[in-house]
Design a protein around this ligand. Structure first.
Ligand SMILES: Nc1ncnc2c1ncn2[C@@H]1O[C@H](COP(=O)(O)OP(=O)(O)OP(=O)(O)O)[C@@H](O)[C@H]1O
Length: 269
């Protein structure tokens, strides 16, 4: 096989308890690309991310980066950043120490190591909150800490599993802008799981639509509008209609998923 740069996911099958959750999935992506994974609940999006993260090695297939196996279970891949639905901060550490924790291994190994944690917290708008405990931070601010933490090791691959779900629209938009500004500078490859087609269209270069279990990629849709728009400016109804007209296999269960979810969410920042 020819050497290729970036990510290659080639899964033949993933089962849980004898039940196929992922079918044949082939995805290639280049460094710097922002890819959204959209699909119905239970389709297997989080499962796919956990395979890429190396958290689960029990599947039939191969996942490589620059043609070499991406990660092995039990190793903490330094070149990978992650962010989940829950900020998952350590409650006994300040915001700054939560971010620095991820750098600890490098700090121990590299002489003259300079922490980037404080600069990153500043960059996501938490200049005044370095020494604050997680339980003193709003939900939106906790996500900012998690965002800074995801970038602190300058990951080549960033895995994001609905990182901005259940945030109100302005808070979500601010976080999305921060994410894209960090991406602009560091150029990681981003795999971004979302239920929200609007968010996918606002953020991604490509949207991969996944079908029901055993999940496959039904459509690899290039986004031809500028990246980084606020969600309000995405005409999701028109996009849905146009996608359905061109790709009737994308049933409304996939395309309609939670398009309005942000409208009902509480103010968190
Ligand atoms: N550890 C596990 N053991 C058994 N079954 C699992 C496990 N993890 C996930 N599953 C099953 O695999 C399927 C896919 O789950 P997954 O969480 O990957 O879907 P998803 O697309 O991310 O869903 P959602 O959008 O609701 O988060 C579901 O049927 C789920 O119940």
């Amino acid at each position: 096989m020819a050497l290729m740069s970036g990510l290659r996911i080639a899964i033949r099958e993933k089962r849980f308890d004898g039940e196929a959750v992922l079918g044949e999935i082939e995805i290639t992506a280049a460094p710097g690309e922002f890819i959204a994974l959209v699909g119905p609940s239970g389709a297997g999006k989080s499962t796919l991310l956990s395979l890429v993260a190396g958290l689960d090695a029990h599947y039939d297939g191969a996942i490589t980066w620059d043609s070499a196996p991406l990660s092995r279970p039990g190793q903490s891949p330094e070149h990978m950043g992650m962010m989940f639905q829950e900020p998952r901060l350590m409650p006994w550490l300040t915001a700054l120490d939560n971010v620095r924790l991820v750098e600890a291994e490098r700090a121990a190994r590299e002489s003259g190591f300079e922490s980037r944690a404080a600069a990153l917290l500043d960059e996501v708008g938490l200049e005044a909150a370095h020494q604050v405990w997680p339980n003193q931070l709003s939900g939106g601010m906790q996500r900012r800490v998690a965002l800074a933490r995801a970038f602190v090791n300058e990951p080549r691959l960033l895995l994001m599993d609905e990182p901005f779900v259940s945030l109100d629209m302005p808070t979500g938009n601010r976080l999305r802008r921060s994410l894209l500004a960090l991406c602009e500078r560091q150029r990681p490859l981003v795999l971004f799981v979302t239920h929200d087609l609007r968010e996918a269209l606002a953020m991604a270069d490509r949207v991969l639509f996944m079908g029901d279990a055993p999940a496959r990629v039904l459509l690899d849709h290039p986004v031809d509008t500028p990246r980084g728009r606020d969600l309000e400016s995405v005409d999701v109804a028109a996009a849905q209609q146009s996608l359905l007209a061109r790709h009737p296999q994308l049933l409304s269960g996939i395309l309609g998923a939670d398009a309005n979810q942000d409208e009902n969410n509480e103010e968190q920042a």
